[in-house]
Design a protein around this ligand. Structure first.
Ligand code: RNT
Ligand code: ZN
Length: 423
């Protein structure tokens, strides 16, 4: 068990150390507490959802691998799992829900017919937990997505079906935002693409743009709902051509004033999203980030505290547009305890934000403007070993969640008492 007295002492020393380089730790912690991270519901059940009992995701280029026991199979189980994860994560955060996680009370409703009613219990639950919500139409795991095409499908009937789904989701998103008093970001990602070389690269993109324009036709109050669009490089079964590529959505988001969603694993393996933030933000009303980890490819591993995560957090903080950057997580690992996956990934995101907030931003910028790259490098390297971990542990105590690795014992207990009893 963490020794609270030691944590307090280490914090006081760390505070002094940071003050020496001109960083106000208390101010950093106050700012950190105001940055929500949107927890993706789909880590809890391997992107299954609750449309039909025991549904497994297939197609769409999303694949959770592993069969660690105890995945959530009902809405109540998933909620309890998320509550458990949240009790181990400092701060107040958000829930990011996919439309296929609807609460239809045992009566199947198709995607184009969903209404607020099917999400009211989620909104009530979020309200009770003091959380805002974000939302996603689900354009995969459905017979009408089986061709690998949805909003860009050549068949008008299929396209229409998915347009109706998109329209329904936006309305639900706006209602979530209104009821919770916190803007919902509703993010569109479609899997549309070809396995092999297409004969026509233009037509599907025109159809996708038209479908999106139809979905976004109605003006909704931007205090309630903001629309985001998410690009992708490729998917399994869509290796040769993705309709909604990065360039497609960058152009679309800029011209339609939509949020662009940058998913960390949707680029070439050495291409990084942290450099894109400052490049695209001046032209956009905002960004949605899907923080994830690519291991050799679009693998959606649990985010770890690696250089890429630290750089993403740095750029969020340095952007000066914190309010316009919505931080969401997007990973799914079915080979480890799913609650631990949420806790590790989310705590890492928050740690990275803390490390970024503890940078002596003005000093660093000054050295850079004076072309003193030697000093810039010296400072950046020194920062790596400054006692941010002491500040982190203190922050956990301040927010009444376990410091150090104490959360792990609670996950083990939950696994023993709850998860291991699920069949
Ligand atoms: C898929 C996208 C998308 C999904 C979720 C489940 O490649 O990253 O964001 O992961 O919608
Ligand atoms: Zn994503």
């Amino acid at each position: 068990m963490a020794n609270q007295k030691n944590i307090q002492q280490a914090y006081e020393l760390a505070k002094e150390r940071y003050a020496q380089i001109g960083v106000d730790v208390e101010q950093a912690l106050a700012q950190l507490a105001r940055i929500p991270v949107s927890l993706h519901c789909w880590q809890g059940d391997d992107v299954g959802g609750f449309e039909t009992a025991g549904a497994e995701l297939s197609g769409g280029g999303i694949q959770a691998t592993g069969n660690y026991p105890g995945k959530a199979r009902t809405i109540d189980q998933l909620r309890r799992d998320i509550e458990t994860a949240l009790s181990l994560i400092p701060g107040t955060h958000r829930l990011n829900l996919h439309a296929c996680y609807l609460d239809h009370g045992g009566k199947f409703v198709d995607r184009n017919e969903i209404t607020l009613d099917h999400f009211q219990s989620w909104i009530d639950w979020a309200k009770a937990n003091g959380m805002g919500m974000d939302f996603n139409p689900t354009y995969f795991s459905h017979p009408r997505a089986a061709d690998g095409f949805t909003l860009a499908h050549p068949d008008e009937g299929i396209r229409r079906f998915w347009i109706e789904h998109g329209i329904a989701c936006r309305k639900i998103g706006a209602e979530m935002g209104k009821q919770l008093g916190s803007t919902t970001v509703t993010n569109v990602w479609v899997p549309d693409g070809y396995k092999d070389s297409p004969a026509d690269r233009t037509g599907p993109r025109q159809r996708l743009a038209d479908s999106l324009d139809t979905i976004f036709k109605e003006d909704l109050d931007s205090n309630h709902n903001l629309d985001a669009v998410e690009s992708k490089l490729f998917g399994i079964g869509a290796e040769s051509y993705t309709v909604g590529s990065h360039e497609f959505y960058l152009g679309y988001a800029v011209s339609r004033k939509k949020l662009l969603c940058l998913d960390a694993v949707h680029f070439h393996p050495t291409e990084v999203i942290y450099d894109k933030i400052s490049a695209v933000l001046p032209y956009l009303p905002g960004l949605l980030l899907h923080v994830s980890r690519p291991v050799r490819w679009d693998s959606d591993h649990v985010v770890i505290l690696d250089d890429q995560l630290r750089d993403i957090a740095r750029e969020i903080i340095r952007s000066g547009r914190l309010a316009d950057i919505h931080i969401g997580l997007d990973f799914f690992d079915a080979s480890i305890n799913r609650i631990a996956a949420w806790v590790i990934g989310t705590r890492n995101m928050i740690k990275a934000l803390l490390i970024a907030l503890l940078e002596p931003a003005q000093t660093l910028q000054k050295t850079e403007q004076e072309m003193d790259f030697t000093q810039r490098l010296a400072i950046l390297e020194e920062l790596k070993t400054l006692p941010w971990a002491a500040v982190w542990d203190y922050y956990c105590l301040q927010k009444n969640v376990p410091a150090e690795r104490d959360w792990f014992g609670q996950v083990q207990k939950y696994e023993k008492d709850v998860l291991s009893k699920r069949t």
